[in-house]
Design a protein around this ligand. Sequence first.
Ligand code: IPE
Ligand code: IPE
Ligand code: MG
Length: 236
Amino acid sequence: MRDYFTSQSSLHVGIIMDGNGRWATARGLPRLAGHEAGAEAVNRVVEAAPGCGVAVLTLFAFSSDNWSRPKKEVAALMRLFACYLERETARCVENGIRLEVIGRRDRLSRKLLAAIGKAERATAGGSALRLRIAVDYSARDAILAAARGLPQLSRESLEVRLGPPVDLLIRTGGEQRLSDFMLWECAYAELVFARRMWPDFDAADLASALQDFHCRERRFGAVPVPSVRREEAWLD
Ligand code: IPE
Ligand code: IPE
Ligand code: MG
């Protein structure tokens, strides 16, 4: 079993990248400008993550419920994902970043599917960071899909399909909710809600969230380690 108390140098961090629209509106810009600025924030955070002890980074880019947004915004977001993948693949290869896209694929355009396939293949050998981008993603649907394909349903077999447990979940933009993101994997995640809008998020904000995380005492239902020791000393 994973040693939750000591495996702190290979963290799984999830980020709900929220606030792009509000960031743009506050500047008198169209929402798409916020999404474009959000892509720059992705680069800053991806670059900083390996140096902060992050082994797996899962970014929530587009939820299955986001299809209900205006058609124009959805189309622009899909174009932006494809451009991002095409533009950033070389940099991922250079920096040892293995890129994966999670979520449903059957509703994505052929162009985006091709860009995803190309990026995943090109970066498959990366070992500095596992970067997972959630597109058309719903945690509830992911759990159902994972469970459906399993001959033997267990916590372990679901974990293999869904991905590793999340250590730290960050949500930018001031809202304090999970919005259907990694509900299973976040069973014991530490939660950090940042007021900062995603386009303004940078390496210092990631470091600050991780500092907060390292000050937390993770108990996983057990009693704190120091008090166990005190109790044992007392029993002696
Ligand atoms: C997050 O920012 C990006 C996506 C959900 C695609 P939003 O677009 O939700 O920005 P706000 O919350 O409206 O400010
Ligand atoms: C969650 O943000 C999804 C992403 C960041 C991709 P939303 O903006 O869609 O979430 P709600 O609607 O505020 O819950
Ligand atoms: Mg939002």
